[in-house]
Design a protein around this ligand. Structure first.
Ligand SMILES: Nc1ncnc2c1ncn2[C@@H]1O[C@H](COP(=O)(O)OP(=O)(O)OP(=O)(O)O)[C@@H](O)[C@H]1O
Ligand SMILES: O=C(O)c1ccc[n+]([C@@H]2O[C@H](COP(=O)([O-])O)[C@@H](O)[C@H]2O)c1
Length: 194
């Protein structure tokens, strides 16, 4: 059984913040591989110049091509929207039963609002959570502090966002160092976020 960490996001586009976290998890936690799960529509997010699913998928695919322990999943493309993580976990579990065990990777910011996720208690009952530090307001609810299924991993804090990248790229700023080379190339050639 392979222990697979799942890193969910819209990845519009994938940036080095995402890549550093995923790589850190796979090198410095019990996780043996990490998959980026590209989400068509996140429950609490408004669509802001969201590229088509296949373009976001392709950019992740190319960015992780030479990272043997990293992968990308399109499982949510055919699931109902908005995409609730519990439903995706169930679908992945069914598809890979006996072959992989799945865990969730999440920033501290998401852990602070995790109690608003669909069936979050069920997620915690069946899956491990690997949490990395993230700046931002709010506190972690008492019942989630020291929870036996929540593991803290001391990954570096990289405060960049895809929103910043899209906005500044549109404004003509050079944001190239914030993107994996393959993502930059794809985005530039396709004239995205202009
Ligand atoms: N710099 C970062 N460091 C660590 N985690 C991040 C970083 N940026 C985003 N994340 C987290 O990675 C996951 C996937 O990110 P997602 O692409 O959905 O958001 P984003 O990069 O913040 O994009 P946007 O600005 O479009 O909302 C989310 O859980 C998000 O909180
Ligand atoms: O399942 C839920 O209720 C739920 C609520 C909010 C977010 N999520 C997942 O968390 C991922 C990151 O969310 P966000 O809004 O921080 O980009 C997103 O891609 C979803 O897969 C899931």
């Amino acid at each position: 059984m392979k222990r697979t960490g799942l890193f969910f996001g819209t990845f519009n586009p994938l940036h080095i913040g995402h890549l550093v976290i995923a790589n850190h998890m796979v090198e410095f936690s019990e996780l043996e591989e990490v998959w980026f799960v590209v989400t068509p529509r996140s429950p609490f997010k408004v669509k802001d110049s969201l590229l088509e699913d296949h373009h976001r998928f392709q950019m992740v695919y190319e960015a992780v091509a030479d990272y043997p322990k990293l992968g990308v999943s399109d499982i949510e493309f055919k699931l109902p929207q908005p995409n609730y993580t519990i439903d995706t976990l169930t679908a992945l579990h069914e598809r890979h039963e006996g072959e992989r065990t799945f865990a969730l990777i999440m920033g501290e910011d998401n852990l602070r609002s995790f109690h608003k996720w669909k069936n979050y208690e069920a997620i915690l009952e069946y899956y491990e959570l690997y949490v990395y530090p993230r700046l931002g307001p709010g506190t972690i609810p008492d019942n989630l502090v020291d929870h036996p299924r929540i593991h803290r991993v001391d990954a570096p804090i990289m405060e960049i966002s895809a929103t910043f990248i899209r906005k500044q790229h549109k404004a003509g700023k050079n944001i190239r160092p914030l993107l994996p080379a393959a993502v930059w190339k794809y985005m530039d050639e396709m004239n995205f976020y202009r």
